[in-house]
Design a protein around this ligand. Structure first.
Ligand code: SF4
Ligand code: SF4
Length: 509
């Protein structure tokens, strides 16, 4: 095992945030008991919602397929415990997926009976990489770092590019969140097992496991597991604790000194980035046959009585995990799913814990910033922007709804990290404005694409009708020619047949 290295490359901007992590890291990961009810949204990933394959009243086993992927970008959903499907209905969800979304509701029987795997588990390195990628897709694995991109599809897309590095992201730079830290401390062998599977699937032979300097226990646990594994293709890298060094593009730059081009992906510079939790989930699916039905989540904040990291089944409601963590404290004011910088507020704890839920944060202050004031052009936001954008300028164009200028000033590269908000003395909610502006740009692009598809459909229909008309005329001319040679009775018969055919065509149209 090579010694961890430190401080590779430099990042522009960023912030040193208060960690606030020790409150949730003082004990081991605690297992949340099987709840009475599981609520499983059929869309827990980027892309199309999955399609339910079970009906109301059906008894399902743990690990059973509940909804199959639909379209080219989608992921299956599996039952997190055994029980009866009692409803498939809209349910409140984290705002990322809308206000409510269709969910499969299971009344658990408490037996936790698991489905027998249809296929015997084979050693992953005996499988062809393409077969392995297909298997990863079937496990419902999505990016657990927050992106929730279906992992199988992400890896398949990556293999169309020349690749050099696999980077495992153990950089958990946002305040309060500590689930990856605890996962690396307690499941280091699974994380590295996942790295080996990913390297085989991607046909790469260099892997970096990247961890921040403020996680000495995780660094030690991964280092020890690497020593036991003795696979010198995997290298441990320690990086400084700066927010947002865990962003994919920032991590690539920190580790390899390669710059992901504007609007591009890490694969453009030969890198694939996966979260450490995703790697462990891949290991559990490929080597132990357990699809993605549970995850480690941090339940923390001043509004929680006993902050901790929990291992909870996907579909457990936030109310259940909060209750398991001692319940709300008297100062609880605001419920956030995710961290304080990138999380989303929710108004009810009926929302279920989904594959993306890395943190349930309960804050005591709903408005820590104060009233918004006009921009004083101090430039602080530009100093901290890790993408080197000019947020004050972008804000101006966002207010004017000037799409062309927003694009030319790189809005689409904004990673919505929230650094600019935090330093703005005028308390302007810059990130929210940029998020909305990006959504509008995406909507416009979708509208344009829809209009273009409609235009192509219209033109090809016209072309087809013209072709049909032409061939009808040619056929008629040929028949007339034949009839002229055959005499008047034959002409009449042809005219009658043609009239009947035209009437039929008109009726069908
Ligand atoms: S930090 Fe705020 S006040 Fe300063 S330039 Fe940026 S938007 Fe304007
Ligand atoms: S939210 Fe966007 S504009 Fe603001 S600092 Fe982060 S990347 Fe830059």
């Amino acid at each position: 095992m090579s010694a961890p290295t430190y401080d590779l490359g430099t990042l522009h901007g960023g912030l040193r945030l208060p960690g606030e992590k020790s409150v949730s890291t003082s004990q081991e990961i605690q297992k949340v008991p099987i709840p009475d009810q599981l609520v499983l949204p059929i869309a827990q990933h980027v892309g199309e919602a999955a399609h339910p394959v079970v009906g109301i009243g059906e008894y399902v086993l743990k690990g059973q397929l509940l909804a199959e992927p639909y379209g080219s970008l989608s992921a299956p959903i599996h039952a997190s415990s055994s029980g009866k499907v009692v409803a498939i209905e809209p349910w409140p969800v984290s705002r990322r997926f809308g206000q409510t979304a269709p969910c499969i509701v299971i009344e658990c029987d408490g037996d936790d009976q698991a489905i027998e795997q249809a296929q015997p588990l084979e050693p992953f390195n005996t499988l062809e990489p393409d077969v392995l990628l297909g298997k990863i897709t079937q496990g419902g694995i999505v990016g657990l770092g927050g992106a929730v991109f279906p992992t199988g599809q992400k890896l398949m897309q990556a293999t169309t590019m020349p690749l050099q590095y696999l980077i495992l992201n153990g950089v958990e730079c946002e305040s309060y969140i500590s689930c990856d830290d605890l996962l690396m401390r307690e499941q280091a062998a699974e994380v590295l097992g996942g790295a080996q599977i990913l390297m085989h699937a991607l046909r790469v032979s260099e892997c970096y496991v990247v961890i921040e300097s403020d996680k000495p226990e995780a660094l030690k646990a991964i280092g020890t597991a690497m020593g036991e594994l003795n696979d010198d293709r995997i290298v441990l890298k320690q990086v400084p604790t700066i927010y947002p060094s865990g962003g994919e593009d920032q991590l690539v730059q920190l580790v390899t000194n390669l710059e992901v081009p504007s609007g591009g992906l890490p694969t453009d510079v030969g890198c694939v980035v996966q979260n450490v939790g995703t790697a462990a989930a891949i290991y559990r699916w490929i080597c132990e046959g357990e699809p993605l039905i549970a995850r480690v989540t941090t339940v923390t904040g001043p509004g929680i009585k006993a902050p901790m990291n929990v291992l909870a089944r996907i579909g457990t409601t936030v109310a259940d995990v909060v209750e398991f963590s001692g319940g709300y404290s008297e100062s609880a004011e605001q419920l956030v799913i995710g961290g304080p910088m990138t999380g989303k507020s929710v108004t009810t704890d009926r929302v279920p814990l989904v594959k993306a839920t890395n943190c349930v944060l309960v804050l005591s202050d709903t408005d820590p910033l104060g009233d918004e004031q006009p921009c004083i052009r101090c430039g602080e936001c530009a100093v901290v922007c890790p993408i080197q954008l000019l947020p004050q300028q972008l804000f101006w164009y966002a207010c004017a709804d000037n799409e062309a200028k927003m694009r030319s000033h790189g809005l689409i590269d904004c990673i919505e990290c929230g650094c600019c908000d935090l330093v703005c003395p005028s308390h302007i909610p810059l990130t929210a404005d940029f998020r909305n502006a990006k959504a509008r740009i995406r909507e416009l692009a979708d509208e344009k694409a829809r209009a273009e598809r409609a235009r192509i459909r219209f033109e090809s229909r016209n072309e087809r009708m013209e072709q049909e008309q032409l061939s009808r005329e040619q056929e008629l001319a040929q028949q007339k020619d034949t009839a002229l040679k055959a005499g008047p009775a034959a002409i009449e018969e042809i005219m009658r047949r043609q009239k009947a055919k035209d009437k039929k065509d008109a009726d069908e149209t």
